[in-house]
Design a protein. Structure first.
Ligand SMILES: C[S@@+](CC[C@H](N)C(=O)[O-])C[C@H]1O[C@@H](n2cnc3c(N)ncnc32)[C@H](O)[C@@H]1O
Ligand code: SF4
Length: 359
C-alpha cells in the first residue's frame, strides 16, 4: 500500500545555499553546452569496495588507481575545460583517504561536486567531507535488512538512517538524492523506498540495472539474468508515475516514465551522453562508451606528456564516438536519456533544471 507523503519542505537554512549551487550549475551548463563541451566529468575514483552487490559492474579491487596529484590535476583540467559538474563514484569513493582533499580541490576549481556512495562510512567521514559536497547521492535498493542483504553489509540501512538524521538541520547539508537500482532482486522496491526518501528529505532517482557494456566485439552482458523483464519494467514505470502523482519526490521526467512504460527497451532516443559526459575510469582510462575495452586516452599518460584534457576532445576517435553514439540505444537509464534531451535543449529537461535550481 502506498503511504501518502507529508509536504516536502526544504530546510530554510539551506535554501539560499542550494539556490546558489543550482544557479552555479545552470550557468556552467549553459556555457558548456554553447561551447559544445561536456557538462559532466564522471570519475570512478576507485575500483575498491567494502560491499558486495550482485548487480555491480564496476567493483574491481585489483585496479590500480590514479594518485592524489593526478586526480587533482584531472579536476583542475576539467574546470579549465569549462565542465561545470564533477560526479565522483567508483567502487566506493569513501575508501579513498584523500577524498576530502580532492573534493576541496574540485570545489576550489569551481566544479559543482556530486558524490555517490553506499554510505557505510559516512558517519565517520562526514566531518572531513562536510562543505565539500554539493549533491550527495545515497544508494538505496530496498529498506531495512533487505537493503543490507542486497549490499552484503549488515547494519547499512541503520547507518544511513542515522546519517540522514544527523544532517537534517545542518546548514551545510548537501542536496540529498537516493538512487535505487531496479532488478529482479528488489521487485516493487520503489513503493518501499519512496517513503524513506521523502522522510530523509531526498529526491528519489531510479534506474533499471545495466547488464553489461559495449565492447569492440559487441555488447557483453554478464548480468543479463538479473535485469527486470519488460513486464517488470512496465510495472516499475507505472508505479513510479503513481508515486510521483501523489507527491513522492521522484526525479524522473514524465517523458522518461511514459517511454519506459510504452517501450521498456527504450529504443526511441538519440544518445548524446558521451558528448555531455566525459567518463574517467579508476585506472585513468578515458572511456569510449562504444568500445569500453579500448580507452580513448589515459589521464596519467596525458599529464606525464604535458598534455591537457582538452586534447582528448580533439582525438578523431572521440569525434567518431560521439557521432556513432547517436545511433546507439544500448543504455536504458534516465541519466543517459535525460542528459541527451538536455543536450538537445528539450522543454521538459529545461523545466527540470529550472526546478532543481529553485529547490
Ligand atoms: C557503482 S556504484 C558506486 C558508488 C557506491 N559504491 C555506491 O554503491 O553508491 C554507483 C551507483 O550504481 C548503482 N548500480 C549498481 N549496479 C548497477 C547496475 N547494474 N546498473 C545501474 N546502476 C547500478 C549503485 O547502486 C550506485 O547507486
Ligand atoms: S557498493 Fe557500489 S561499488 Fe560497491 S559493489 Fe555495490 S554498487 Fe558496486
Amino acid at each position: 500500500m502506498i503511504q501518502w507523503p507529508s509536504t516536502v519542505r526544504p530546510h530554510s537554512s539551506t535554501v539560499v545555499a542550494k539556490v546558489r549551487v543550482g544557479s552555479r550549475f545552470a550557468g556552467g551548463l549553459v556555457r558548456a553546452r554553447l561551447r559544445g563541451r561536456p557538462v559532466i566529468l564522471s570519475h570512478l575514483i576507485t575500483g575498491r569496495c567494502n560491499a558486495d552487490c550482485p548487480t555491480c559492474l564496476w567493483r574491481d579491487d585489483a585496479t590500480r588507481e590514479l594518485d592524489t596529484d593526478t586526480v587533482a590535476w584531472l579536476y583542475r583540467q576539467a574546470a579549465d575545460l569549462g565542465i561545470p559538474q564533477l560526479v565522483v563514484w567508483g567502487g566506493e569513493p569513501l575508501l579513498r583517504s584523500d577524498l576530502p582533499a580532492l573534493l576541496a580541490v574540485a570545489r576550489e576549481a569551481g566544479l559543482v561536486v556530486t558524490l555517490i556512495t553506499n554510505g557505510w562510512s559516512l558517519g565517520e567521514r562526514w566531518p572531513e567531507l562536510r562543505g565539500h559536497v554539493d549533491v550527495l547521492i545515497l544508494s538505496l535498493d530496498d529498506t531495512g535488512e533487505a537493503h543490507d542483504r542486497l549490499r552484503g553489509l549488515p547494519g547499512l540501512f541503520r547507518r544511513l538512517e542515522a546519517f540522514t538524521a544527523s544532517v537534517r538541520d545542518d546548514p551545510a547539508r548537501p542536496k540529498l538524492l537516493v538512487n535505487t537500482v531496479l532488478s529482479r532482486l528488489n521487485r516493487g522496491a520503489l513503493r518501499r523506498v519512496a517513503p524513506v526518501a521523502e522522510r530523509w528529505g531526498a529526491g528519489l532517482y531510479f534506474c533499471p540495472m545495466e547488464t553489461g557494456r559495449m565492447e569492440t566485439s559487441g555488447f557483453a552482458g554478464p548480468l543479463a539474468s538479473l535485469s527486470l523483464e519488460p513486464r517488470g519494467l512496465r510495472d516499475a514505470a507505472r508505479l513510479a508515475k503513481v508515486l510521483k502523482g501523489v507527491g513522492y519526490p521522484l526525479m524522473a521526467t514524465d517523458r522518461y516514465l511514459d517511454l519506459l512504460e510504452k517501450d521498456p527497451a527504450l529504443t526511441a532516443y538519440t544518445c548524446r551522453a558521451p558528448r555531455a559526459i566525459l567518463t574517467v575510469e579508476a585506472d585513468g582510462a578515458v572511456r569510449d562508451c562504444l568500445r569500453r575495452d579500448v580507452p580513448l586516452a589515459r589521464v596519467d599518460q596525458l599529464r606525464a606528456a604535458g598534455g591537457r584534457m582538452a586534447d582528448v576532445l580533439a582525438i578523431p576517435r572521440y569525434q567518431q564516438m560521439v557521432k556513432s553514439a547517436e545511433r546507439c540505444t544500448a543504455c536504458n537509464n534516465p541519466d543517459v536519456l535525460e542528459i541527451s534531451w538536455l543536450w538537445d535543449l528539450e522543454r521538459q529537461m529545461l523545466e527540470k533544471v529550472g526546478r532543481l535550481v529553485a529547490t
